[in-house]
Ligand binder design. Structure first.
Ligand code: HEM
Length: 261
């Protein structure tokens, strides 16, 4: 469907094998039909949201090694890079999950707007929904923009306000004698620049806001949240948001204020 629209817009010739013919695979057809329904898209958003949340938490735990000696985070980055094809499978899996999450979010919000036919009699902010809930789409867009910047900053080395490490990352010698890119120095030099550190702090606060509602509401979508336990899940969402905010903001702030590095 999306492929058809893109082809139409850009006057592209038919792409061989796209969209794929699923007539031979009834199970795949059923899954494709289900995720296009409103509850299917919401469930897809919930399941992919859990995977992305797990990634954020694991990534944060790995990064917090910046508070230890350079050997730790450099050894960890070397371990990840040494996974070779395994790392690429994980990266592609993560990208697919991320795209599915964005697709489901756009579909869900469009479906709820269409179902509403007439606009709210009250402004959205008058309704008994939290600020995080009302701003999910906007916070999601900001996180996606941050992610693009973050990848260009640390993974691709294309942008850095300090201009310190772009294309000339120093090498670090691990205790076993292996020479590896010095991720420790890259992160320290990156966050010593106030604009970079502040950008990361703001983006991670927005991410925490997004996760605080997302983590609480996915249980509702999965049918686990009810009137009795709703308050517990709301608190769980707030706890997840607080953990991500404290963990991810502690790094740029500690480096900016010279506590680390
Ligand atoms: C202060 C917070 C963060 C720090 C210090 C940080 C640090 C890093 C570093 C150093 C890398 C490059 C690793 C390497 O190539 O060896 C990286 C990659 C990455 N980060 Fe972060 N990150 C932070 C927050 C986030 C957040 C909030 C997200 C997601 C929303 C995220 C998603 C990613 C992704 C997808 C990659 C690419 C992984 C890969 O190359 O396979 N990061 N991060």
């Amino acid at each position: 469907m999306a492929g058809e629209i893109l082809r139409h817009w850009y006057h592209l010739p038919p792409f061989p094998g796209f969209p794929p013919d699923l007539s031979q695979y009834p199970d795949m057809q059923r899954i494709a039909r289900t995720v296009q329904t409103s509850i299917g898209a919401k469930s897809l958003m919930a399941v992919t949201g859990i995977a992305l949340l797990l990634f954020v938490l694991v990534h944060m735990l790995g990064n917090l090694q910046i508070f230890s000696e350079p050997e730790k985070i450099n050894g960890y980055a070397h371990f990840l890079h040494s996974l070779g094809p395994g790392l690429w499978i994980a990266r592609i899996g993560l990208l697919v999950i991320f795209v599915a999450h964005v697709w489901a979010a756009v579909r869900t919000s469009r479906a709820s707007r269409e179902a509403r036919q007439v606009d709210y009699a009250y402004k959205k902010k008058d309704l008994a929904t939290s600020y995080a809930a009302r701003t999910m789409l906007m916070s999601g867009i900001i996180v996606a923009l941050f992610l693009a910047y973050h990848l260009m900053h640390f993974t691709l080395g294309w942008v850095d306000f300090a201009g310190s490490h772009v294309g000339k990352l120093p090498l670090y010698t691990l205790q076993d004698g292996t020479e590896v890119p010095d991720v420790y120095t890259m992160v320290i030099q990156g966050f010593q620049h106030p604009l970079t550190a502040i950008t990361y702090v703001i983006a991670n606060l927005v991410l925490a806001l997004h996760l605080s509602h997302g983590a609480a509401s996915l249980f509702q979508t999965l049918g686990l949240r009810n009137r009795e336990n709703a308050a517990t899940f709301t608190k769980l969402g707030l706890a997840v948001g607080a953990i991500v905010a404290i963990g991810n903001c502690s790094m740029p702030l500690a480096i900016l204020f010279g506590i680390v590095g």
